[in-house]
Ligand binder design. Structure first.
Ligand code: MN
Ligand code: MN
Length: 474
């Protein structure tokens, strides 16, 4: 059969009808929605400032959830918003739906830990008449990014008598800050420049300078270290041994900022993955008429493999579902809980790496997520031939696609980098063994894992909108 001759207009219409192209948020939204995009980002920046560690994130999530009617203690019989906190580092919020729990639940899981420097258990020492704290980095950092910048110390110390002390130094204008020194370029030729970038800065050189005033005179042993101990004792009643039972985290000092003349971007530490924590939290609060029970899960330890009692490999999701069953006046059983989870649908809410304008060669452009093209669905992560990937199935991706399109969520798909370029993973593969449907979903960001990550306000808002559509889905 000879091809029918088409007019120029018909060809144009055909192209529009048959081809797919991701859509830019700014091209698609109304002026009113654009306003909401910008005001949403203001609340997000405040959240980032108050949640610079996983413990602080739990604390602010608890405060916000309590104001939204989520209670830690619920009697049985009446389905009401429920909150569960684990070791003060992981949280679950549950909004009971109209449908029976046996139909499955809707879960959004994000992580609230972020790459940083942790203090060692015996951190304090002095050298060349200066006092320092030793650190051990947490998660995937580029070590050189942590040098020569103002740093703050946040965390908890459990004292000799068992009492706890929460610290945050370096965030207030009147606070001192700390820093990791870097070598002057004049002398860096051999010890830094001639080495590979990844090897130029040794982990054991990431020491925090904390003082230069001595205590006592020349005869005093370790008088610079002693001076710091004296200060810690005067200010907080601490001794050196108290640091053995402490979790002190070193993070970039300072607040989240608008980036760009047009203020269309957010620059801040810890947006991987607190951007998904905040958007899923707000989606949970704003969701009305829940059909399937909604669960927002905020986990710790993702950046070091999701191990530990508060990571995604922990079983606390099962105990949360058990608690919900009890609240509904039912007797939880292991098989009952596992059936509910097997019938559930979940979003592994995490960021993807956006197409980097200066390093486009590490991406495969057609499949890389782009800044400004909305929330990104990542069907698979992994590396070396999808190894270690969850790889969501077509049916689930299709269901989510229809949902987002129906709810006017601007969304795109994304792949983390070119094949065999590197790769990474999320918590998706740790929840998938329950048998639930799960796929990665979140905004793409730039400068990921750096002390100043960049997010797009349009993507931030579309992530919220997508998460809300998910919680409200039938
Ligand atoms: Mn992440
Ligand atoms: Mn990460």
């Amino acid at each position: 059969m000879a091809p029918k001759k088409l007019t120029r207009k018909q060809i144009k219409d055909l192209s529009k009808k048959l081809s797919y192209a991701p859509r830019l948020v700014w091209d698609e939204i109304t002026a009113a929605e654009k306003k909401r995009v910008f005001s949403f980002a203001d609340g997000y920046k405040t959240f980032l400032d108050e949640a610079k560690t996983e413990r602080e994130a739990v604390s602010i999530i608890r405060d916000m959830a309590e104001k939204s009617g989520f209670l830690l203690d619920r009697g049985t019989g009446s389905p009401s918003p429920l909150m569960r906190i684990f070791h003060e580092k992981a949280v679950a919020l549950v909004k009971p739906g109209k449908e029976p729990l046996e139909e499955g639940v809707r879960i959004i899981v994000s992580h609230i830990d972020a790459p940083r420097l942790d203090l060692k258990q015996r951190p304090l020492y002095e050298d060349v008449d200066l006092a320092f704290l030793k650190t051990h980095y947490y998660g995937g950092i580029k070590k050189f990014q942590w040098l020569s910048r103002p740093l703050a110390i946040h965390g908890r110390i459990v004292k000799k008598d068992g009492s706890t002390l929460d610290l945050s130094i370096g965030e207030e204008e009147s606070d001192p800050v700390f820093t990791v020194l870097d070598l002057l370029p004049h002398l860096a030729r051999k010890v830094q420049y001639e080495k590979k970038l990844g090897e130029a800065i040794a982990g054991e050189k990431l020491n925090l300078i904390v003082g230069s005033l001595p205590l006592g005179d020349k005869e005093t042993k370790e008088r610079f270290k002693l001076a710091v101990l004296h200060l810690l004792n005067e200010s907080y009643g601490l001794t050196e041994e108290d640091l053995l039972s402490a979790e002190l985290e070193v993070v970039p000092a300072g607040t989240a900022r608008d980036v760009g003349w047009d203020r269309s971007l957010v620059g801040a530490y810890g947006q991987d993955d607190r951007i998904c924590a905040y958007t899923s939290l707000r989606a949970m609060f704003d969701t009305r008429d829940v059909s399937k029970t909604a669960v927002a899960l905020f986990v710790d330890k993702e950046e070091i493999g999701s191990d530990g009692a508060t990571g995604a490999k922990s079983r606390f999701l099962e105990s949360v579902i058990g608690d919900v069953l009890e609240m509904l006046g039912q007797r939880p059983s292991a098989i009952g809980v596992s059936r509910i989870l097997a019938r559930s649908r979940a979003l592994s809410a995490d960021v993807n790496g956006a197409l980097d304008p200066d390093y486009q060669e590490v991406h495969e452009k057609q499949n890389a997520a782009r800044m400004g093209y909305g929330v990104c669905m990542t069907k698979f992560t992994g590396s070396g031939g999808k190894y270690n990937a969850n790889d969501a199935d077509a049916e689930y991706v299709g269901w989510l696609r229809r949902l987002f399109n129906r709810k006017k969520v601007i969304w795109q798909t994304g792949e983390l980098g070119r094949i065999d370029e590197g790769g990474g993973g999320t918590v998706a593969k740790f929840l998938a063994p329950y048998g639930m449907d799960i796929v990665d979903c979140g905004p793409a960001i730039l400068s990921m894992h750096s002390p100043f990550e960049i997010a797009h306000k349009g993507d931030l808002y579309m992530t919220y909108k997508g998460f809300r559509a998910f919680f409200e889905s039938l």
